[in-house]
Design a protein around this ligand. Structure first.
Ligand code: RRO
Length: 316
């Protein structure tokens, strides 16, 4: 329809600003029957660790008003199987992969980045330093700027050869300072946000629904929080690209993230109800941008910040 929807993940150009969100479609196979994976900006894969992991005991998902709570606990095949099976499958489909990595120690992130160096089909790394379901809940790297920076510096030092995004948690007092620490450590971009730590109690059993007690809240319930985080990060670091996510279900909601400062968006929880959602949202976003008179997606990034009447005080 004549609008240029191309954008960049760090230095890498992608044809669409809509990506999947890590953890909501494993390594993309589940979505393949429902949409054209190659039409997405990228498939963001479930966070992979050095070793295979079965995750937390069930129940590990619960419905919430306008959202869901999960405590999957980093279930996954481990980096070896990921490299021999998942990533080659995505590459054989012609899909671009943004590979999410997670670890329990700085050195594990560095080793993962080293193992992934030069992997076919990988166009970016998302460094997940914000999983709320780690065994030691108090030790989320993204809740401490120095720890976050150390992980990003280690990944940068491993030189994976692709843009590196740091995935942040909203469960902090000042997300902009964590984003700045990640950029200083070597992140090319910021993914915002991971889930918020939440709790649901069953009023029959009077016990937490999730076996892990707490879990990560996602879906439309968290969208205003996510949007506020993108806004604050863009204001603090206007040159740093942001992959925005949190409860996006349609093009208008994606547009909110773009004008708040995101150069691309991830769609996660929405795919459970509508597996073709990322493709539909890309179409709807393009239509809306045309209706608003934009010739290029890139002209809309951060547009809401340019309004003359916004003062610095109002913008933070
Ligand atoms: O696997 C999980 O339980 C999980 C991860 Br790694 C994450 O980053 N965010 C989330 O809500 N769940």
């Amino acid at each position: 329809m004549g609008i240029d929807m191309a954008t960049r993940l760090g230095g890498t150009q992608i044809p669409s600003p809509v990506l999947t969100a890590s953890g909501c479609a494993a390594a993309g196979r589940e979505l393949d029957p429902f949409l054209d994976l190659t039409a997405l900006g990228a498939v963001v894969t479930k966070s992979v660790q050095l070793r295979a992991r079965s995750g937390r005991p069930t129940p590990r998902m619960a419905e919430t008003p306008s959202g869901m709570l999960n405590s999957i606990g980093l279930q996954g095949p481990g980096i070896e199987a990921f490299l021999s099976d998942d990533l080659p499958w995505l590459a054989s489909r012609g899909a671009r992969a943004m590979v999410s990595i997670a670890g329990g120690a700085v050195e594990e992130y560095a080793e993962l980045a080293t193992r992934l160096r030069g992997a076919r089909g990988m166009i970016a790394l998302e460094v997940n330093i914000s999983c709320p379901n780690v065994e030691s809940r108090g030790e989320v790297f993204a809740c401490d700027p120095a720890a976050a920076s150390a992980v990003l510096a280690a990944v940068r030092g491993a030189d994976p050869g692709v843009p590196i995004y740091a995935k942040l948690s909203p469960d902090v007092t000042d997300i902009a300072s964590v984003a700045r620490a990640c950029a200083d450590g070597g992140a090319d971009g910021i993914s915002a946000i991971n889930t918020l730590l939440g709790l649901v109690i069953d009023t029959e059993t009077l016990r937490p629904v999730l076996s892990a007690v707490t879990g990560g809240l996602s879906g439309p319930a968290i969208r205003p929080v996510a949007l506020r985080c993108v806004w604050q990060i863009h204001r603090a670091l206007p040159e740093t690209p942001i992959l925005g996510m949190g409860g996006i279900t349609n093009g208008a909601e994606a547009l909110q993230f773009v004008v708040a400062g995101a150069s691309a968006v991830s769609v996660g929880t929405a795919v459970f109800g509508d597996p073709s959602a990322p493709e539909r949202i890309g179409r709807e976003l393009a239509e809306l941008l045309v209706r608003k008179g934009f010739a290029r997606l890139s002209d809309a990034i951060g547009f809401a910040h340019r309004s003359a009447e916004l003062t610095d005080a109002a913008g933070t």
